[in-house]
Design a protein around this ligand. Sequence first.
Ligand SMILES: *[C@@H]1O[C@H](CO)[C@@H](O)[C@H](O)[C@H]1NC(C)=O
Ligand SMILES: *[C@@H]1O[C@H](CO)[C@@H](O)[C@H](O)[C@H]1NC(C)=O
Ligand SMILES: *[C@@H]1O[C@H](CO)[C@@H](O)[C@H](O)[C@H]1NC(C)=O
Ligand SMILES: *[C@@H]1O[C@H](CO)[C@@H](O)[C@H](O)[C@H]1NC(C)=O
Ligand SMILES: *[C@@H]1O[C@H](CO)[C@@H](O)[C@H](O)[C@H]1NC(C)=O
Ligand SMILES: *[C@@H]1O[C@H](CO)[C@@H](O)[C@H](O)[C@H]1NC(C)=O
Ligand SMILES: *[C@@H]1O[C@H](CO)[C@@H](O)[C@H](O)[C@H]1NC(C)=O
Length: 674
Amino acid sequence: MQNRHLRVLLWILIVELAASSEVGDKFIFNGFTGANLSLDGAASITQNGLLRLTRDVKQEMGHAFFPKRLPFRQSPEGNIFSFSTTFVFAILSEYSHLSGHGITFFISPTMNFSKATASQYFGLFNLENNGNTSNHIVAVELDTIQNTELHDIDDNHVGIDINGLMSNINASRHASYFDSLTGKFNNLSLISGDPMQVWVDYEGGKMQMNVTLSPFKEAKPEKPLLSLVVNLSSILRDSMYIGFSSSTGSVLTSHYVLGWSFKMNGMAEALDLSSLPSLPKVNFKDRPRYLATWLTVAASVALLIIVAVAIFMVKRRIKFAELVEDWELQYGPQRFSYKTLFNATKGFKDKELLGIGGFGRVYKGVLPKCNTEVAVKRVSHETRQGMKEFIAEIVSLGRLRHRNLVQLLGYCRRKRELLLIYDYMPNGSLDKFLHCQDKPALNWAQRFHIIKGVASGLDYLHEGWEQVVIHRDIKANNVLLDSELNGRLGDFGLARLYDHGTDPQTTHIVGTMGYLSPELTRTGRATTLTDVFAFGIFLLEVACGRRPIEPKSQANNQIILVDWVVENWQRGTILDTIDPRLKEYIANEVELVLKLGLLCSHPFPASRPSMRQVVQYLNGDAPLPQIPLAHLNFSFLAMQQNEGFDEYVSSYPISSTTYSRSGDDQSALIVEVF
Ligand SMILES: *[C@@H]1O[C@H](CO)[C@@H](O)[C@H](O)[C@H]1NC(C)=O
Ligand SMILES: *[C@@H]1O[C@H](CO)[C@@H](O)[C@H](O)[C@H]1NC(C)=O
Ligand SMILES: *[C@@H]1O[C@H](CO)[C@@H](O)[C@H](O)[C@H]1NC(C)=O
Ligand SMILES: *[C@@H]1O[C@H](CO)[C@@H](O)[C@H](O)[C@H]1NC(C)=O
Ligand SMILES: *[C@@H]1O[C@H](CO)[C@@H](O)[C@H](O)[C@H]1NC(C)=O
Ligand SMILES: *[C@@H]1O[C@H](CO)[C@@H](O)[C@H](O)[C@H]1NC(C)=O
Ligand SMILES: *[C@@H]1O[C@H](CO)[C@@H](O)[C@H](O)[C@H]1NC(C)=O
């Protein structure tokens, strides 16, 4: 009884002693910065706290020991203590698929491994002492090379080594980890360059050693990779060093340990994985192959992108391509970029289309910078010849400033296209007000105001400027109304475009049927008096609300407005020709306008007044003279003047579509006479 009591006391004492021996026999390194380790060979601690066992040198080895011996059992007769350790390692090779040779965690009686060799012996053994029981070494190997003489199972295995590296089939396994979700072991590549964690647990009572592997930052798998029952009592000495060893062979490999935790008689404290030092970048030597592939792919992608961008740029360039020549540089301020115009008109959208005419399409636009509304006229032209003179003229016309002229703001030149930018006229063309029933009829005061304005504008073109500008296409359609219903002449000078560089076989007569004076159709030469003629027709058009030539309608014959007015005048019923939509009017003014219209559109140029005179008549500053030869039919006179006139009219029958355009297209009809 007493004896038994004593035994119990003794047992308690032993347990307490064993417990006391734990003190100091645990440590943790979350990174090795400042760690007191004994290093030899190639081993070093890097700047950022990695334990680097080998450098990039072939056939080298390195060791790192915890610097003091740890007692592994209470007494020479006692059992080996339980212990547990965990560490994170990584193997970085110069090649992605080749490495050498691996890392071991070991327990050894000595720190003197001067006789050990590198390569497959891991710096722990050599050819002679490998497997010799006098070694007293227990190791866990992370082996990346298959050495058949050591019966390695493969080149990517974990093994438990007792006194040597001869693999025990029961203590060696392909690197993998247990996945509790699938209940299977997933393979791992030790040389992937990725960090992995290892746990080595020895249970003294069961004499069972478990080795567990897992990918970095994954919880310790439920099942160990290796579980070996081994009686370490005869293998380990009472106190032992613990540490890591590593060796390289013919492949340059860096073996790293990132963190390490150990505990005697208990579970090692978990590593703080997030605070472990980071690994250097892997630069596989065989990457060039991969790199090359990668580069090829990258280059292809880059090339595709470049091509796409180039196509886009080229398309964009084509889209926004302009013609600019040296001589144009002086016109900088007048020159607009096509892109600006493109954006201003929302890409020349149909919605922005103001009208279509002989000169081309007219779009409404808003200049982005100044928020100014503009009309952009796209004039197509085939010829480059004479363009320089024409642009010079256009630009100089842009300098014309008159309240009854539509201001030309600038131009842009493209291949086969000229774009002209004008002030936007919110009320469109007078033509619409005269001939479209959907527009409100203008009263007489408004019409008279417009007439006076246009006369003033044309006078300015003819006489008010340093050079005579012939409009060439006076008509209601070319009179635009601003927000205050002032009449403004548009398109002046534009007709000149068709004078330049044309086929000498072809004479272009620019103007609009019904407004062409007899001598213009005969000679093709425009003068201020051909403008006056057209202005006369315009006066009749405004007062009568009829087109110069009404197409064949109820009556079989075309009605030539001027003849009709002449007839009425001769009959003394000139006021009968007035626009029926005009309810109130001042008879004197109407009569003045109608008679002035006849005077201006007189077949004989010499009988026509100048625009200066026209302005005076309209303002009442001078009395209207008698209309000469007024008893004769104007068309007949025209025939006398020009035998071709009637023939001209009949051989160029004018359909309503060609001349009675109702849109405010600010355009002209171009008649070609061969
Ligand atoms: C490292 O540890 C050893 C053994 O415990 C001790 O002798 C030595 O002084 C320590 N060195 C440093 C720098 O702490
Ligand atoms: C290591 O051991 C060898 C013999 O095995 C011996 O010659 C050498 O001096 C020892 N080195 C140290 C530092 O103890
Ligand atoms: C084991 O090593 C000891 C001491 O180094 C030596 O005496 C012995 O011969 C070796 N045994 C074998 C089988 O090599
Ligand atoms: C492996 O273990 C089995 C049973 O656990 C045993 O029978 C066998 O001998 C062992 N093999 C080796 C090489 O130790
Ligand atoms: C794991 O590796 C072993 C040995 O190379 C192989 O036999 C096995 O098929 C692999 N398992 C998977 C899931 O790839
Ligand atoms: C070792 O693994 C076995 C089997 O999974 C388990 O029963 C045992 O508790 C483990 N021992 C230690 C110390 O982890
Ligand atoms: C373990 O080995 C030691 C020394 O060889 C021996 O005394 C002990 O009985 C062994 N233990 C078991 C459980 O086999």
